[in-house]
Design a protein around this ligand. Structure first.
Ligand SMILES: NC(=O)c1ccc[n+]([C@@H]2O[C@H](COP(=O)([O-])OP(=O)(O)OC[C@H]3O[C@@H](n4cnc5c(N)ncnc54)[C@H](O)[C@@H]3O)[C@@H](O)[C@H]2O)c1
Length: 255
């Protein structure tokens, strides 16, 4: 990687999986644009990165807003004097676990916009810049719910299926220009979102009962895969959808 190829954006970097990815990328020597709708959280992560001798910029961004995404990319470019050629679309929202007939227009818009529209918005702005550099690495944090259906999560399920489809479309369309795009599909991860989702209907306990490894993932285990996908040994991995669930989907679905 040259200097420009070491500038990364991680969305939803204020906590959970995004924080773990940002810390790991910074330890690998990347300059990391930490984007989150919760500015105070990315300020905290930035201090942690700088405390370890790394480079980071904390930027408030609503990933579902075109203007906000455009401004955040410009802020990363200004902070590090170069184009971010590594992107992790991690910001996401789940809940509030309604049945389809209970989902409001606002709830549908919020989840689809944060989890799916965001991937399009970043792609539209960054893909031409990656093409100009003949290098780009995009990692989308999807979910096993992008592979299966689930009760009381229909909008989330739709958003993550869409994210996986979009991953493959980017891979097909922009692969000829040195750009790869892949998705990671975690099962349950030990974060605020994972714990909250697991409490619904005692779902996590039921899943762990059937889980081959009998535990949920730690955020850094997802970060390790993200680092591999943007690293020097993964140029041939493109359009892949990597299930990282400890084997829970080896059963018939995860319900
Ligand atoms: N935790 C799990 O069990 C699990 C499982 C599968 C997939 N995932 C996916 O992994 C990703 C990260 O999940 P997590 O568990 O770390 O969640 P989390 O709730 O702990 O963190 C999500 C982060 O995204 C930020 N965010 C939310 N909306 C945003 C917006 N509009 N703009 C910018 N930032 C926004 C939040 O402020 C937060 O910092 C999500 O896409 C989630 O769907 C999580």
């Amino acid at each position: 990687m040259n200097q420009t190829q070491r500038i990364a954006i991680v969305t939803g970097a204020g906590r959970g999986i995004g924080e773990a990815i940002a810390l790991r990328f910074a330890r690998l020597g990347m300059a990391v644009g930490l984007l989150d709708i919760q500015k105070e959280n990315v300020e905290r992560v930035k201090e942690a990165v700088i405390g370890e001798g790394g480079a980071a910029a904390a930027i408030a961004c609503d990933v579902g807003s075109s203007a906000s995404v455009e401004a955040a990319i410009a802020a990363v470019e200004n902070a590090f004097h170069g184009t971010p050629l590594i992107l992790v679309n991690n910001a996401g929202v789940g809940g509030p676990f309604h049945r389809i007939d209970e989902v409001s227009d606002e709830e549908w818009e919020r989840i689809i916009s944060t989890n799916l529209r965001s991937v399009f918005l970043f792609a539209r702005h960054l893909l031409p810049k990656m093409k100009a550099a003949y290098f780009g690495r995009i990692v989308n944090i999807a979910s096993v719910q992008g592979l299966f259906g689930a009760s009381r999560s229909s909008t989330y399920v739709a958003s993550k299926h869409g994210m996986i489809g979009y991953t493959k479309a980017i891979a097909a369309e922009w692969g000829p220009f040195g750009i790869t795009c892949n998705a990671i599909c975690p099962g349950y991860v030990d974060t605020a979102m994972g714990v909250q989702a697991g409490e619904v209907g005692d779902h996590l306990r039921k899943v762990l009962d059937k889980s081959p490894v009998k535990r949920i993932a730690q955020p850094d285990e997802i970060a390790a895969m993200a680092a591999h996908l943007v690293g020097p040994d993964s140029g041939y991995i493109n359009g892949a959808c990597i299930t990282l669930d400890g084997g829970i989907t080896c059963h018939v679905g995860i319900e």
